[in-house]
Write a protein that binds this ligand. Structure first.
Ligand code: LRH
Ligand code: MN
Length: 395
């Protein structure tokens, strides 16, 4: 019985693919997992707490480190403030490094404080905008202490009814507020401007689509780029085309990977539409990868395993995208051979790359079969025992 890896490598060599180069690209992959993806999350209907859930940022970093130990390419963790606030950011930075991780993007939170009901940086009241700007500047300082090089900005700002506010005035306020932040941006940091079609606003969202975000970035400066969250588009929108366009403009700053069937479902990336994920990586494979962050909430599934599966899905989609025979594709496209071009993509997409991904994970000191390894590791049982809350201990 031929070893699956040897069989695949032979097949790829026959297709003229530089297997060591593909493996090298996978080894370099750095995926940021979100600290908030390990904590409690739910819907407006319910939040189902899970045994062993992390009680503070240090335990969330432990879970992120476990995902990296099992997958080999989840080497960074993104933070959200004030959810992850601590007194000593130097100590948190050291803890992250001790756990073999790097600090990813810093995400300010301007969507929970009651003062932001009618908006944060777009609020009609200047004192509320001031409060929002103070938090954004505070996050510039936190990033500097943590060694983070990116502010990942998402604003819930928007309105629910026509006439509730002046759409142009809100735009001016948004630009003025962000110009203030950009002016204070430390040299080694950049702004990632995330857009979202709707929710929590249900009439007009101030940063509703890629165009709205790109215009803001172009007005702010070179170190402002667009962040694409896969769950933030209207049904039917061609996300890989947006990716190609933004990358062409050198304004694609990063991703929030997840998947959805209906709205901002925040499901496991690649679990609903793996072909779309492949096409997104196909548009990226030709250039330097932007920041790759997962942004999901695991309401019913075990959170660490969900994150492990997410990283594996990203690894496989990326490798499949690297297998596209671009010369054959270009030839078909030049010749107007419509289905010839499509077939060039399908050949790569239908390649079972799992043996290659397993081999590279093993070389990285991670698990060939991360899901099985997680289930056999006893990690979930151990942390469930350790992370008993006071009240759980007493009852
Ligand atoms: C908004 C969003 C944003 C995060 C939040 C957790 O829907 O995608 O990126 O701050 O989820
Ligand atoms: Mn997001």
């Amino acid at each position: 019985m031929t070893d699956p890896y040897d069989a695949l490598a032979a097949q790829l060599n026959d297709r003229g693919i530089d297997v060591p180069a593909v493996e090298g690209r996978l080894r370099e992959l750095v995926i940021e997992t979100p600290s908030w993806g390990y904590g409690d999350s739910g819907t407006r209907f319910a939040t189902f707490q899970q045994p062993g859930r992390p009680r503070d940022i240090f335990e969330r970093v432990d879970d992120a480190a476990e995902v990296h130990r099992l997958t080999g390419t989840a080497g960074a963790v993104a933070f959200h403030f004030p959810w992850d606030a601590v007194d000593d950011y130097g100590a948190l930075r050291a803890y992250v490094q001790e756990r073999g991780l790097t600090v990813g993007a810093v995400n300010p939170n301007l969507f929970q404080d009651p003062d932001y009901k009618l908006g944060s940086i777009t609020h009609p009241d200047a004192s509320v905008r001031k409060k929002a700007i103070v938090h954004l500047i505070e996050c510039l300082g936190i990033a500097a202490e943590l060694g983070s090089t990116a502010q990942s900005l998402w604003f819930a700002d928007g309105t629910n009814y026509p006439g509730q506010d002046d759409l142009r005035a809100r735009r001016r306020r948004l630009l003025d507020s962000l110009s203030t932040i950009y002016a204070d941006l430390p040299d080694d940091q950049e702004l990632l401007v995330e857009y979202k079609l709707f929710e929590p606003a249900f009439y007009a969202t101030d940063l509703a689509d890629w165009g709205s975000s790109l215009l803001v970035c172009q007005k702010l400066g070179e170190r402002a780029r667009v962040l694409v969250d896969l769950g933030h588009h209207a049904q039917g929108v061609n996300i890989e085309q947006i990716v190609a366009l933004l990358d062409n403009e050198r304004r694609l700053g990063g991703f929030h990977f997840n998947n959805r069937k209906y709205a901002d479902d925040d499901l496991i990336v690649g679990s609903v539409n793996p072909f779309e994920l492949f096409l997104i990586f196909f548009e990226l494979a030709g250039s330097q990868l932007p920041r790759l962050t997962i942004d999901q909430s695991h309401n019913v599934e075990p959170k660490v395993e969900a994150m492990v599966l997410s990283v594996v899905n990203l690894q496989e989609a990326y490798v499949k995208a690297l297998l596209v025979d671009r010369a054959a594709l270009r030839e078909a496209q030049q010749a107007g051979d419509v289905l010839g071009g499509h077939q060039a993509l399908l050949d790569a997409y239908h390649t079972d790359v799992r043996p290659l991904c397993a081999r590279v994970r093993a070389e990285l000191g991670a698990a060939e079969e991360p899901i099985a390894a997680r289930r056999g590791s006893g990690y979930a049982e151990r942390v469930a025992a350790e992370r008993k809350t006071r009240q759980e201990i007493t009852t």
